[in-house]
Each structure stands twice: as C-alpha cells, then as structure tokens.
Design a protein around this ligand. Structure first.
Ligand code: NAD
Length: 448
C-alpha cells in the first residue's frame, strides 16, 4: 500500500496528469472501459444484488456516461485559471485562482450502487488532474473484483489503481498519506475516516446517509405523489442513500395516499413481488436480519413477506409508527416505509428539526409558500419538491449532505471542484513599490 501510494505521488509529480489532453484521454479510456464491458458489469450487479439490467443501465452505467460526457465537454473551461478583481491597495498587481489538483486521492466506495458510486468520484478526480486509489466495497465482491480487473487492463497503476479489501485493509489504506480522501458510506464509518484523516490534516469529502423524510401535505396531488414515493423508496429495494426513509402524511389525505401507494407498488412490482425477477435483493444476511426485525413495528398495511434464503423483502408499508419505534432510530436502508401522521405542518417542522440534518428531503404540496417554509426552516443536503431522488441526476446540482449526512459535494462541476484546490496567487509588479507598506517608512512611491 505504501509503495503504490509512493508510486502514485511520483507519477503525479511528473505533471502528466495535469494536461488537458491527458485528462480527456483518460476520461475517454474510462468510458471505453465501461462501454466494452457493459454486459459483464450488468452480470456482476445481478450476481451481487439481483439488479435488473434496466436498473443497472439507468442507475449505474448510464449515469457514468452522462457524467463523463459532461466532463469531456466542460473540463477545458473549468481548468483555466480564473482572473479575479484586485483591490486598489494592491495597485499594480493581478490576481488569479489556479485550479490545482490535490495530488493522490483515496476513494472509498459503498455497496448499494457499487459500480456507479465507485467510479462517479473517479471521473471528478481524473478531470481535476489527480491520481487515484479506489477501494470498492467487499459486500459486493463480484463487482469489486470486476472493477479491479477492468481498471488493471485500462490504466497504469501509478495513475489509477483498485485495492480490494474489507475493514482491516481500508484502515491500513487510511494510514497512508493521501492528499484527499473521498468517502461514500455510513455515518459511523465516515467519522472513523475523518478521525484518520485528521492525523495528516488530509481534506475529506464525506458522502454519508441518514433518515430522509418525505412529507405529503393535504393539498398534494396524491396520484403522482404515490407513484413517485413508491419509485423512490423501493428502487434498489430501498438500498439508496437518498431514498425516502419515512413518510409523514397529513391525516386528511392519509387513507387515500396509502391506498394509491399500494396500487403503485403493485403496478411497479406486480402482485407477487417476491417472484419478480427484476426486484433487487438485500445485500447480505446481516442486513436482511436487521431489516426483518423492524417488521413488527406499527401495523402492517402492505407487504411484509420475506425470503431468508434469497434475501428478499417485499415492498412494505408500516402504519401507526411513532418516534419511539425501533425503525425510527436509524437509517432503514431497505424496502420498509414507516408512516407517521400529522395535522399541522409546524409540528412536522419542529419534529424534523430535532433530528440529525438529513441527506435528502421531499415535500409534496401545490402551495409554493409552504414549499418556501420547508426550505427556510429545515436543513437538508438536497431534495425535491413534488418528487423523490430526481435531484441526484442533474449534473448542474451539487450533490451532498450537510452536518452528519455529509461534508462537501460532487457531480458535474461540483466533482471537478471537489478534487481541485483553489490556489490563489497575486502576480505583483516590480516596476514600482509603495514604501508605506513597510514599518518605519514614510509615505511614498519608489520606482524599482
Ligand atoms: P459502510 O460505511 O459500512 O462502508 C463503506 C466503505 O467503508 C466500504 O468500502 C467498507 O469496506 C469501508 N468500511 C466499513 N467499515 C469500515 C471501518 N470500520 N473502517 C474503515 N473502513 C470501513 O457503508 P455501506 O454499508 O457500504 O453503505 C451504506 C451507507 O452508505 C448508508 O448509510 C448510505 O446512506 C450511505 N451512502 C451514502 C451515499 C451518498 O452519496 N451520500 C451513497 C450511498 C450510500
């Protein structure tokens, strides 16, 4: 590990990674690597998570193409030094922000979108001119080993390499001195990463999780709300960092919304979702057991079936949930939707304010003033009005959390910025010098 980190540093200081041609060529190489292996990637995702080809293409492969294409189009402009204003006190000089790569970056990825979440930050790191060590998740071993193989075939390890491993290996990697650590995963592990980074004051970007609410008000359009909530919650069997974790619904529309929600689940996953071959499975036994234990919380109004052998949990809705229930204590990260009821939006705001700042928040209402109230009063990483998940797929929107749900952001220009140090430089004139800036000197200007 220390050897590869050392080689990468040496390679970085050759300055090769900094040219526009190198960045574009390597971005193109990454795209070609994915294009020529689409079927293998989809097969690996099927093996590890039973992801359908449709989901694998749209959520993992297609997302990466969009990011790479965006970078290829924009990187030339972004990497140029930016001239900024210079105050009168600096008369004679010019000021620029240079877009400096950090150097050698460590990227640590989770298992839920194991291909996309490993490579999306890599795109930003390449565009910004860095070298990369990538550590994929051990919980999706087929994708992890495929990533290693593909990257080995396509890239010089001094520029971009994959290290496989679990907790111990990741901890050893974190002992190395990197110039930036980009971590996607859980809040507790994010804290460990931050602690390790503190040793060398290494900058960190933390893409974490939390309990993201979806709030449905009494004036919401319920047909579309039900479809969009079902889609956001049960995509990838709820194993999505920005999935709506719990539903807060106005008492006056609850029966109708829940009825429409059940219809939407049946429309999307069929009457027998346990037999649906395109429905994603739970990643492993540990998570299956953790999720199954929540099934006796509240009152089961839809779903609830499980298959321990195949690690499947049906899309499930649990009503009459209170904040004291176990399911409301931690991020669920599975296909179980707890339902809380409200009479007054102010009560929801007060309650959500007592929770950790969530990664995402979704609010369904036709009332723009109430939308504004939500925006003004509730902190959250990002989200949607009248939709779920969609904000993640707009490259013009930085994606990230706030407080315990994350530190820093990426996607599109934000990815380039995440992997770029803004080096501020004043270019001073030597044609003249103001003597008044020096201690003990008299007012005056001297020609140098
Ligand atoms: P995790 O934190 O358990 O693991 C993430 C990575 O950290 C893995 O590569 C793993 O090997 C490594 N790791 C695990 N334990 C470690 C330890 N003790 N020391 C050092 N490294 C360790 O997360 P996960 O289970 O893979 O992913 C699920 C979590 O990630 C959820 O909380 C979810 O919300 C979050 N997530 C966030 C985003 C986002 O973009 N914000 C995206 C996906 C997932």
């Amino acid at each position: 590990m220390s050897e590869i980190a050392h080689h990468q540093k040496q390679f970085y200081y050759t300055e090769k990674t900094k040219s526009l041609a190198f960045r574009k060529e390597r971005l193109q190489a990454l795209k070609t690597m994915i294009e020529t292996n689409e079927q293998r990637i989809m097969d690996a995702l099927k093996t590890d998570l039973n992801k359908s080809e449709f989901d694998s293409y749209t959520h993992e492969i297609g997302f990466l193409y969009a990011e790479i294409n965006f970078m290829l189009k924009e990187v030339k402009e972004w990497m140029k030094p930016t001239k900024v204003k210079t105050p009168a006190s600096h008369f004679g000089s010019k000021s620029y922000i240079h877009k400096d790569p950090y150097g050698t970056c460590l990227i640590i990825a989770p298992w839920n979108y194991p291909f996309q979440l490993a490579l999306a930050p890599v795109i930003g790191a390449i565009a910004a001119g860095n070298t990369i060590v990538l550590k994929p998740s051990e919980l999706t071993p087929t994708v992890s080993s495929l990533l290693k193989q593909l990257v080995e075939e396509a890239f010089d390890p001094a520029f971009f390499t994959v290290f496989e491993g679990a907790v111990e290996e990741t901890q050893q990697l974190l002992e190395q001195r990197f110039d930036l650590i980009f971590f996607t995963g859980s809040v507790p592990v994010g804290k460990i990463v931050m602690e390790k980074a503190a040793k060398h004051v290494t900058p960190v970007i933390l893409e974490l999780g939390g309990k993201s609410p979806v709030i449905v008000d009494e004036d919401a359009k319920l047909d579309v709300a039900a479809k969009r909530i079902a889609w956001g919650k049960y995509t990838n069997a709820g194993q999505t960092c920005i999935a709506p974790d719990y539903l807060y619904v106005h008492r006056n529309v609850k029966p109708e919304l829940l009825s429409k929600l059940k219809d939407s689940i049946v429309e999307m996953y069929g009457k027998e979702p346990m037999q649906n071959e395109t429905y994603t499975h739970i990643v492993n036994q540990k998570h299956f057991s953790r999720l199954s234990a929540y099934l006796d919380n509240g009152e089961l109004v839809h779903g609830g079936q499980t298959n321990a052998e195949e690690l499947i949990i049906e899309p499930t809705v649990l009503d009459h949930i209170s904040w004291d229930d176990a399911i409301m204590k931690d991020e669920i990260f599975g296909p179980l939707l707890p339902v809380l009821t409200f009479d007054n939006l102010d009560d929801v705001i007060t309650q959500v304010q007592t929770q950790e700042k969530p990664l995402a928040l979704y609010y369904f209402s036709e009332d723009e003033q109430k939308q504004q109230t939500i925006l003004d009063q509730l902190p959250f990483g990002g989200g949607c009005m009248n939709d779920t998940l969609f904000h993640v797929a707009n490259p013009h929107l930085p994606f990230g959390g706030v407080g315990p749900s994350g530190l820093g952001s990426y996607h599109g220009k934000a990815s380039f910025d995440a992997f770029t140090h803004q080096k501020s430089v004043v270019y001073q004139t030597t044609k003249f010098d103001f003597s008044f800036r020096y201690p003990g000197s008299k007012l005056g200007l001297s020609i140098v």
